[in-house]
Design a protein around this ligand. Sequence first.
Ligand code: HEM
Length: 404
Amino acid sequence: MRLDIHTSEFRANPYPFFRELREYDPVHRLDALDCWLVTRYADVQAVLEDSARFSSQGIGTDPEYGPDSVLHGRSLVGMDPPRHTCLRGLTIRSLSPRLVKQFENRTRLLARELISKIQNKTHIDFIADYAVPLPMLPLFEVLGIDLSSNSFLQWKEWIQMLLTWRRQGRELYAREQAQIIFENLCHLMELRKKDPRDDVISYLVRNVVPSHSVIPSEVEGSPACKKVTTEDCFGIVRLLLVAGTEASTNLMGNALLALLNHRHCIEVLKKDPLLIPKFVEEVMRFDGPVVGVLRRATMDLELCGRKIRSGDLVIPLFASANHDESVFPQSGCLDLYRSQEQKHLAFGAGIHYCPGTFFARTQTRIAIEEWLSAFSNFNRDETQKLEYLDSFLFRGLKSLELKI
Ligand code: HEM
């Protein structure tokens, strides 16, 4: 089978293509990206859980933008142990339960604020008016980016750019902004060092140590943790900003579109909002925002009879695994009552398993709860074409025009 990932047909609905691959060519050679696509659930899981043979070291997350992409330069997702173990531990510890609670409250307030603005209109873009701003400000607060400081506008512009550069093809501009924001972040870290607060950046800077100084006790013991640099902290904050906003924006858009295409679910969820968490879980399986991730083979090996050479790029496709009929019967149906015994792989698996699942689930649940309680009648503006992001591995809508 010849797969052309650049067609609008593929972008709009890759699932039939993935089904064919699972059946006839489960480990598919994709010359266009010089990589292997892994499509069956068991194989995707096996690749993700074997970081010794399938490495993340030095690779980005988008083969179309290369490893040096401004969004993913030096970050956890592009590291192997032991460095990965150290920085991941630091990241997870920085997200304290108190911050998580604050995030939840702030998300609900903001959802209501955005909806009250939307309620004055008859025509909106669900992505720009709701799904882009909603994940952003609560995360800023958790990180400790001071919204009242002068640099806030710059931060806001940078994040907006992170969320839109792919939609607008502005990579060069994104790089320039990344440099400015790095300088801003260094300044902010200096401030938090002198005047620590209860936020992620304050936590991270406590762990930045010059190579000659004493190692803080909580990172002591691991040689890989001897030096957490300012650049490492920047990498963590940048990853949290990107991972915590773009995937969530895309998930919210995909979720609303799924509801519009399965209108009976709207009625069911309005009557029984306790089913919304199940809907969020099912929509992540059904049309999740991350299609797959990159790995590099560290040795010659064989997968489903295909010979993969050391150094080859391998892409385990969650979007395909999550539609594998042998695991999810009637996988093309959005089923609110689907048994959740078999876990979807939308958050990955293995050592890189998403540490932001609570944030992602909470903000999407709140986004849908508040939306459904505010609007009883909303329809897609059928005069506007649906366009997906120009990306193979990130799945989301450029816009979703609604009549309300
Ligand atoms: C719907 C939303 C989200 C989805 C679908 C998602 C998905 C993923 C996936 C698939 C990975 C694994 C990458 C790999 O294996 O290479 C990952 C990693 C990560 N995610 Fe998420 N994510 C979401 C939201 C978030 C949020 C809200 C945060 C933070 C607040 C976050 C933080 C991270 C971080 C820090 C990593 C790197 C972990 C590591 O490499 O060890 N994510 N995410």
